[in-house]
Ligand binder design. Sequence first.
Ligand SMILES: [Zn+2]
Length: 364
Amino acid sequence: MSRTPAPTTSPWARRADSAVHGYGLYASKDIPKGTRIIEYVGDRITKSESDRRDEVRRARQEEGDDGCVYLFTLNKRYDIDGDVSWNTARLINHSCDPNCETEYAKGGIWISALRDIAKGEELNYDYGFDWDNFDEHPCRCGAPTCCGFIVSKDQRWRVRREIARRKAEKKGREFTTKKWKFRPEQNPMAKVRWGDLMQLKARLAGDPKHIRTLAVAESLTSGQIQARIGLISGASTFFHGGITAYSIDAKVNQLGVDRAAAEACNAVSEEIAIQMAKGVAQAMEADVGVATTGYAEPDEAGGVKRPFAHWAITLKGARGRWQVTTGLVKGRNLSRVAMEARVADKVIAALVKAVHPAGRESQA
Ligand SMILES: [Zn+2]
């Protein structure tokens, strides 16, 4: 009788309840992009054995089993069946905008980091399923690019087309694939940097005992930062809220910005951004304040030739001290819409860095 091997472990990951599906694997520390996190192990089986096991799985699924698929192509002759107790990597869930990928290395299959991953983030990769029978695998990953089903990225357009066809059929409308066209830009959030949002969530709320709260004050981004944060599942655990303050009066009255300083620069300067960030953090009793102010398009009368924006992030420290980070975003040749989106994306990326727990300790 052969002994069952012990479950695989990784210094980079730990298992825990997943918000998405059953158990999941989570980053136990910050993981740099490209890191091989854990090997995907299992029974090495021939292709014909693999087909046979897939048949068994399908039959079980028809009887109400959850029908998880753990079969992996290893090479031309063999597959790996990862449905074994010692394959810890089988706990990793699918995401349509994942932070990991599978990689062939050292004669096996590895789960590797696609980007920098923050401690506390759930690990996930694109399962790469074919789109046929997509109904069998609904997806709840929450990414803006999610099509609602676990399907390989390059085939998701087929699922969207099929869903559109079914909708048309239900309404008795004619549907032709010629007419059908999916335009991702119709969803303004489709290009949001999901990875930054997932890292931000882990940084602020990854440790339930040490949640740091956030408030946002926006001028030129006019709610775009708040809209991005609102996409994060469970955002209410750390996001207190935000204010869009366009006029000088709004900045002065709602955020406590100094009127004379604001009037001197049309409320566009690094100092005003800092005052806005501190003001909103205080108004909403949040640990972290973030603010933007600037020009989303040229202003001939004001002598502004190109769009630019100041942003500020303020972290409440010990004894009423603030840790402040600021930046400037230039928007040469950008449209108003593109400039606003760029500033919102840059500020969220800056937030991920600014709220790094190690960074905070070193400043204390
Ligand atoms: Zn998804």
